[in-house]
Design a protein around this ligand. Structure first.
Ligand SMILES: Cc1cc2nc3c(=O)[nH]c(=O)nc-3n(C[C@H](O)[C@H](O)[C@H](O)COP(=O)(O)OP(=O)(O)OC[C@H]3O[C@@H](n4cnc5c(N)ncnc54)[C@H](O)[C@@H]3O)c2cc1C
Length: 190
């Protein structure tokens, strides 16, 4: 397909650079968005567990329930901290690929666990559409895939960190070859 010069977006052969810079706000948006979705599901579970009774008392009095809430809010707060750190780095120097990838992967995986715990706290009714948690569970699952999968986030994180540590060193490795080391004999432990 031919595109007239005047219709070019940016310069020729620089599409990847444009794509790469677009991915910073895209991934931050995914990371920040899921925090709110997970918090919404957790708040439903907190309210429900204060009212729902089993074995004669509100289920929040069972640690099997309330400790799930403790884990969930702790992880969400940690994820929020990482998202803010990445957003600040993106605002300040624009070279925030590692932190943004960490925030995207961490926040989306935490959010998935939190919504999953929230549904567990609701029991059977959590699976129905009486509460919005089943919808949040489906929507959050996508966040570990779109704007770059968790595996691709890992590729970027390790790549950027290797570059950061080995910068300027003579023996800088080709990080793409991490899985192979041509200079060593393979050792098999039996
Ligand atoms: C509802 C929805 C909306 C979307 N919206 C948009 C949008 O608006 N804009 C947009 O650009 N894209 C959008 N996407 C596409 C989305 O970003 C891609 O689906 C996603 O990046 C994964 O690419 P893929 O589906 O081609 O999977 P693949 O690249 O085929 O990956 C399949 C699996 O292989 C793994 N994998 C691939 N390469 C490696 C590797 N090197 N190392 C380890 N594991 C690897 C992946 O992690 C994944 O688990 C959307 C997708 C969906 C489902």
């Amino acid at each position: 397909m031919k595109v007239p010069k005047e219709n070019l977006v940016g310069s020729e052969n620089e599409a990847f650079l444009i794509f790469d810079s677009m991915m910073i706000p895209e991934r931050l948006t995914s990371a920040a968005g899921v925090l709110g979705m997970a918090r919404a599901a957790l708040d439903v579970a907190v309210r429900y567990s204060s009212r729902r009774k089993a074995f004669g008392r509100p289920i929040r009095e069972f640690q099997g329930v309330s400790f799930k809430v403790a884990d969930a809010i702790m992880e969400l707060d940690a994820a929020r901290g990482l998202v803010y750190l990445a957003a600040r780095a993106a605002d300040e120097d624009g070279n925030a690929r590692r932190l943004v990838s960490e925030a995207k992967r961490f926040a989306t995986e935490v959010a998935w666990r939190v919504v999953n715990h929230s549904m567990q706290i609701l029991g059977g009714i959590g699976y129905t559409n009486v509460f919005p948690v089943e919808r949040l569970l489906r929507d959050i699952r996508l966040a570990m895939i779109w704007t770059g999968t968790s595996e691709v986030m890992n590729l970027i994180i390790q790549h950027e960190y290797y570059r950061e540590v080995l910068k300027g060193k003579k023996d800088e490795r080709e990080v793409e070859l991490d899985a192979t080391d041509y200079n060593e004999e393979e050792v098999v432990f039996e």
